[in-house]
Design a protein around this ligand. Structure first.
Ligand SMILES: [Zn+2]
Length: 295
């Protein structure tokens, strides 16, 4: 059996793919997600990665949406990914490629990656990217939940009757905490991330205010998470991490407003060590685990 694993991370903006050989990254590519058929983009990325590489042992796929990881079926997806809900990605890829394929929600995959590098028994992972996702790791185990929805805090309501969400509800946390929202507050287009980051580092007032606003709302969510689950850590991932320590300090100050009324501490909020690659690494870890289980 080969030792190479392909990890894929499918998001509304990009599809990322990488080959890991015994855990070491040997090739990585990124493509813009097709607006009409994200599976096309995914297959292109997989083919590009596998064409010069024999002995691919498995493919691990992390994707936005709610996923039944036993069957590989997408149970639910917002319109960020077109024609996604109802698809069986595991079957689609296995039929074309003939390699065992395992599918997991992207935030849950990232949770696995974070838990792996930290010596904690429990953590909650929050990805602040194009959207807002989460994953729950308790007593050394990833929690799937009964209907594969555990960790979907992005669609818990932060402001009743608030902004309309693409899930159909109003006031979901994702409409207040995401990089999309941050760019909108800062009045910098979403495709100009480097500009946003450099303005933030140079303490541009408008960008600082935007980050402040996002962190205020994020802190409300983090307080709920600590009081509901009491994890050792809440780890923040996704595009937000590109803002670095400065943003973490702002967030911790906001968290402190609430933590001062409880036992948890702002220092229990940390940034992802993988930045934007946690989903990709988590997808490959998930595939390795499934292979070992003989699934
Ligand atoms: Zn929603």
């Amino acid at each position: 059996m080969g030792t190479k694993i392909i990890g894929i991370d499918i998001g509304g903006t990009t599809v990322k793919g990488a080959i890991y050989d015994n855990g070491i990254l040997i090739n990585k590519i990124i493509q813009k997600t097709s607006k009409t058929n994200p599976l096309d983009t995914t297959m292109q990325v997989i083919h590009q990665l596998s064409k010069n590489s024999k002995d691919i042992a498995a493919v691990g796929i992390a994707t936005a949406g709610r996923v039944n990881s036993n069957t590989g079926e997408i149970l639910y997806a917002t319109p960020n990914l077109k024609n996604w809900a109802g698809r069986n990605i595991k079957r689609d890829v296995e039929e074309t490629l003939g390699v065992p394929t395992y599918v997991i929600n992207d935030a849950r995959a990232a949770t696995l990656a974070e838990a792996r590098v930290r010596s904690v028994r429990s953590l909650f992972f929050l990805t602040v990217g194009t959207g807002l996702g989460g994953g729950l790791f308790i007593d050394g185990k990833l929690i799937d939940g009964n209907l594969w929805e555990a960790g979907e805090v992005g669609h818990t309501i932060l402001y009743p009757n608030g902004r309309k969400c693409n899930c159909g509800k109003h006031g979901c946390a994702e409409q207040y905490v995401s990089m999309k929202v941050l760019h909108r507050y800062a009045k910098i287009p979403l495709n100009r991330r480097p500009q946003l980051i450099s303005y933030f580092r140079n303490k541009d007032e408008k960008v600082l205010l935007a980050v402040d606003k996002i962190c205020s709302d994020l802190a409300i969510l983090i307080d709920k998470i600590f009081l509901m689950i009491d994890p050792e850590l809440v780890v923040i991932g996704g595009g937000f991490t590109e803002l670095g320590e400065g943003a973490l300090q702002i967030l911790r100050t906001k968290v402190g407003i609430y933590s001062s009324k409880s036992l948890y501490r702002p220092e229990q909020v940390e940034l992802s060590v993988f930045q934007n690659d946690a989903g990709l690494i988590g997808a490959s870890l998930f595939a390795i685990r499934k292979l070992e289980e003989g699934a």
